[in-house]
Design a protein around this ligand. Structure first.
Ligand SMILES: NC(=O)c1ccc[n+]([C@@H]2O[C@H](COP(=O)([O-])OP(=O)(O)OC[C@H]3O[C@@H](n4cnc5c(N)ncnc54)[C@H](O)[C@@H]3O)[C@@H](O)[C@H]2O)c1
Length: 384
């Protein structure tokens, strides 16, 4: 495979994480040619130039549209606030580029469906920034579930809780605006959890949602004047997988004390699996077999026997970090571009998550369960 030339848009939290991953992936996974860090884009040219120098990009730009249309760019990598994803991704797809986009894919299900369909029609490869599901232990959990190691699945409990907006004095940001963030905690955190839940257990077929905003106003970061928060702090969801397995999602951006509280527990007929991203190198497993007086959860530490860990480190229990998950995410995308096979999670997965998000919002507004089978999502006018 020839070296792919990346154009990265956005230089904030995720722009930096993507730059680290793009620089590292060829070293960690030497079966792939290292990507070329061609251009980095920011709204301010001086910021882009500073990042280009620090992160090792060839050039800097403040014009994302020309980067999307640059014949020398193979992959457009979008790390901007949510409301810019649709426009940037659509421009890149129309120019025939492969596209890597941070979550959520768009602001609405209608936009996400357009991106899913445009990418499929253009025959380009896509990838979403659902990094947490790239954890080797999450893949191990999925393999164990699929192999029937915990038996019949009885019940899934998932949560994604952080406290970055727990303090009402934390200033207003684009994440609090419908027109820039879309949904609130559901879009920012819930999308990771929903994607991971479907990766582990398969399709969610119905949802019942409840949304709550605790801090209805926040100070503007410049003027200090109070501004109205337009989306939810907390999303609570009951759901069913495959019409059968009951599940729940607890999502909050005001969960005091939680920093990256993404986790799940799955209870089955032969045992249970539990994961917590704040202890991301541990998977807890309970087996209901064996002597009753010896039963209890045991902890599996990540190690080189788990998928992709060995590429980083030969020693078990030494652990991976959040940026390593991004390296695995980029590795999976490079493999997808090389083979032409879709990656989990591509824009089709990103679209499905967006549709599920919309279904949860609709359910909360109506106070009723909403059908979330794919055909129902694609044909429900209330969701677009
Ligand atoms: N995968 C994850 O774990 C994760 C974590 C955090 C954020 N995110 C997602 O990443 C995206 C960015 O979030 P962030 O926290 O990095 O935000 P941020 O505010 O830190 O960075 C956004 C960047 O976009 C740039 N930008 C804004 N408008 C632009 C324009 N018109 N042209 C070029 N650049 C422009 C800003 O200058 C800034 O550099 C969001 O969609 C967010 O949901 C994902």
């Amino acid at each position: 495979m020839t070296q792919l030339r990346f154009g990265l848009i956005g230089t904030g939290f995720m722009g930096n994480a993507h730059a680290i991953a793009l620089r590292s992936v060829g070293t960690v996974f030497d079966e792939f040619d290292a990507p070329i860090l061609a251009t980095v884009v920011d709204a301010e040219l001086a910021v882009a130039q500073r990042c280009a120098a620090a992160w090792g990009f060839d050039t800097a730009s403040d014009d994302w549209r020309s980067v999307c249309n640059d014949p020398a760019i193979d992959v457009v990598d979008i790390c901007t606030p949510n409301h810019l994803h649709w426009e940037m991704a659509m421009e890149a797809i129309r120019a025939g580029k492969h596209v890597y986009c941070e979550k959520p894919l768009a602001l609405t299900a209608a936009q996400a469906m357009q991106l899913r369909d445009a990418a499929a029609a253009a025959g380009v490869q896509t990838s979403m920034g659902f990094n947490y599901m790239c954890n080797p232990l999450v893949e191990l959990a999925r393999n164990m579930i699929q192999a029937g190691e915990i038996g019949e699945s009885f019940n899934f409990r998932g949560w994604y809780e952080e406290d970055y907006l727990a303090d009402p004095a934390t200033p207003f940001s684009w994440r609090c605006l419908r027109s820039q963030g879309g949904a609130g905690a559901l879009a920012d955190l819930g999308t990771h959890l929903i994607n991971m839940a479907e990766y582990l257990l398969g399709p969610v077929t119905s949802v019942l949602g409840s949304l709550t905003t605790i801090h209805e106003q926040r100070p503007d970061p410049v003027s200090g004047a109070l501004r109205k928060v337009e989306n939810e702090d907390i999303a609570q969801v009951m759901c069913r997988f495959d019409d059968q397995i009951p599940g729940s999602f607890d999502i909050s951006r005001i969960a005091t004390g939680k920093k990256c509280g993404l986790g799940f527990e799955l209870y089955g007929s032969k045992g249970s699996i539990a994961f917590d991203q704040e202890r991301m190198n541990e998977l807890r497993l309970y087996s209901a077999s064996g002597a009753a007086d010896r039963r209890g959860y045991r902890t599996i530490l990540s190690g080189p026997q788990h998928p992709h860990y060995a590429a980083f480190c030969p020693a078990p229990g030494h652990g991976l970090g959040i940026n390593d998950l991004k390296v695995i995410e980029v590795r999976n995308f490079l493999a997808s571009i090389a083979s032409g096979a879709p990656v989990f999670s591509d824009f089709a997965n990103g679209c499905r998550v967006q549709q599920l998000t919309a279904a949860i919002e609709l359910s909360a507004a109506q106070g009723t369960w909403v059908d979330t089978r794919q055909s129902a999502l694609d044909n429900n006018d209330a969701l677009v």
